[in-house]
Every structure is written in structure tokens, then in C-alpha cells.
Design a protein around this ligand. Sequence first.
Ligand SMILES: [Fe+2]
Length: 475
Amino acid sequence: MICHFGGPEQTSHQRRLEFLLILISTLTIASIMLASLALRSAVAGCRNYQCKNFAKCYQAITKFTRPFATMQDKQATMPPGYKAKAGAFQTFEIPQQVTGSRGDIILGKAMINAWRRDGILQVSMDESQRSVADKAFATSQRYFDIPYDRKASCVNDQSFSGYIASGEELTDNIADYSEIFTVTKDLPQSDPRVKAKWPCHGPCPWPDTRMKSSIKTYMNHLGDSGDKILQLIACGLELPDINELTKYTRDGWHHLRVLRFPARDKTNGKGKDGRGIGSHTDYGLLVIASQDSVGGLFIRPPYKDEKYANWEKSVAGAYENDHRWVYVPPVPNVFTVFPGDMMQYITNSYLPSTPHKVGLNNDQRFAFAYFHEPNFQATLEALPGFESDENSRGIHYGTHFTNMSMRNYPQRITAKRIRAENRMAVLHTPELKTLGAAPKPAPKEEQGAEGGMQRIVDAVKNKAEEVFFSNQVAV
Ligand SMILES: [Fe+2]
């Protein structure tokens, strides 16, 4: 009986229960779909930097653009013989245009935070940059594969562009195994600056038009990204003008190093076992690097207990064997971006230049280091709000670059010609200091940036030989 009378009631309850369950399930699925759609549109909005909830969903962007490789995968690519933790660095997407909007300010601040925390950040390549980068990597591999004599003939005695053999460059007096093709501003003999014998000004000795075309295209893309990154940093620093940094980079002295590192068991025996490039900072404004899938790069994030004027005293060789290095694992389709010594100078060390070094791996490795730089004629001064006694005099970039190049390559034909023709003296002429106020002279006894530079200039003018340049810096 119970079953007879209870049956229909239970069925009704069951139906209601089933209906409720179906309703809840449907609502749950619909909610998930709606949330997903909302998130996707929010992210799309954020990519345009117009979204009201930019700050909230910004994390979603960085998460989505992050690679899915595990930490173990990343650690496995580290050169043998090195002990370091693999870094997981924040990845950013650069907008098509920087306008100084609220989104730009938030993005700029996030990039600054990443630099101050990690010392380095990653920027996603867009589709065209991927294609251009692939071609540049292919042509650089092709170049390094040609016979040594042909490679070595690519030098020029007016510019520091061209070939540098493995074991030729020194960092802290130890040979580096990097094999390099450097590209500085490619100027014809007819250029007035070349005619006037400005130091470092001259043609690039390209091996062929194919490499010239692919590398120049790559540099143009990086130049575009470099200016946008600097504008975002200006936004993040809350500078009065978004072009406070890019005012220096118009017709900038942008240059590039095409790098090949041999496998650790295929070196020429001129350097230290396993070492690609010794620890150093780069001397310019902004570094935009890329690497293939063979790992080798290590960076040293800022530490509160370390502060030094990198633009004055070379950090070449510093902390080489310290334990606080972080490995930068290869991540497909990203640039790695970090500040150079000039950025540290103008921000009074708020954005310190990032020490880095390279280890040799089991396979040969290819990389690019692009330097987005001030105009050769520019004098860099402290940014508004970042003034101090340390950066009160200003640094003339052309003098700074020439000094560093003379110091790194004292025996190169370019350095010899600069000395022979006393081209360093040209750096003192007003024609070379047309962007910003000329640097203020430093007291002789002071160890300041320009004072230190002046001593190097004087030493070169006096034809002091490379014994003076004992502490060499790789760039
Ligand atoms: Fe470097």
C-alpha cells in the first residue's frame, strides 16, 4: 500500500528534483559560458587598453601570454655547470600606440615594477615581428657558417660595426667565446658626419645584401617597439611628457649585436671553460634581446643591499660566481627587455641597469642584443623628479659610447684610426652636443661620471695604450 500510494508522490518529487537539477546545471553552464565570454571581451578590451577594468583583467593577459612550459622544462635548458633558479618573468603586450591614457600609465607602472623586482621583463612579439625575427635568425646563422676569412673581412676602420671573433672580446680581462657581428648606424661616406670624421661614424661592412636587408628590417621593428616601451616607462614614471625619454632617441644611435655562442666542447681554448660572456651591464638606455631555444642567459635582479653607479664604474666581472643569478629560460616569441646604464643614470638608480652574463650550452646558441639608444649628440640629464648630486652634470652619449668602444676594442682598426687622427677631440666640439645642454665640467679630483669620462678621453688623446683599459666591458 505504501508503495502504491507513495509511488506517484515520489515520482512527482523526483521529477521536481530532476527539473531543479537540470535547471541548476543549465544555469551553471550558462554562467560559465557568460563568464568566459565576459573575460574574453574584457581581455580584448584590455589589449586595446580601453577597458575600465584594465587593472583587474591585466593579470589575465599576462597569464594568457605566458608560456605553458613547466619549471622543470625551463630548468632543463640551463647550461651545464651553472647553478641558478630558472626565472618566470612577466610578459607584456605592447599597444599599437601609446597615448598616455590611463591604461598606458597602469601598463608602464607594471613594467617598472617588473624591472625593479626581476631586473628583466618579456614583451610578446606580434605576428610580423615573429616573421622578421625568424628571418634575422636564419640569415645570422648563415653568416656565421661562412668561412672565417670571409667573416673576418667584414670590418670597417671608421665604425665599430662588423665582425668580432670568438675569443677576441674581453670582459674583465678574460676572453669571451661569443662570436659577434655588430651593427651601428650605417652611414655612407657621403654623410656629413662621416666626412667630418666624427668618431664611430661610418658604413656597416655587411657581408651581403640579404643580411643587410633582414637585419635592418629587424632593427626597424625593434626601434618601433623601443620607442613605445620608453613612452610606457615615461607614463609609469609619471613624467610630465610621454616623450621625456624618446626625445633622446630621435635619430638614435641604435645598434645591434648578432651573437653566436659555440657549444661548450667546441671552443677555441682562448677563454674560460663554459663561459660565453662574463658578467656586465650594458651601457646605454634600453636593451631588447632575443634568443633561440638553446639557453644561456643569466641576469641578476636588483638587491637592496647593492647600489653602485654603473655608468661610472664598470661592473664587468662583478658577482661572476655569486649565487644570486637567475637563469632566463628561452621562451618562444618574446623579447627580453631590461635597462642599461643610461637609464640608471637619468632615474638616479630608480631603474638600475641589469647585470647579466652568458654561459655556453651543449649546442651552439644564437641571440640578438638590440640597444635602443640616445642620439649621438645628446646629453642625458636627470629626469624630472629624479635629480641628485650623482646625476647633476649630465652625460654626453656620443662621448660615452666612444669611450666604451675604445675601451672594449683598443686594438681594433677603428680604435687605431680614431687615435691616429685624433678624432676624440671632435667630441669636444659644439656640433656634437646639439641635443640638451652640454655636460657640466667636473672638478679634476672628483670621481664623477663626466670626470671619469674626461680622464679616459685625455688618456686616449695621449695615446695611452690598452694597459689603461684593463677593466673591459662587454656590451
Ligand atoms: Fe650585454
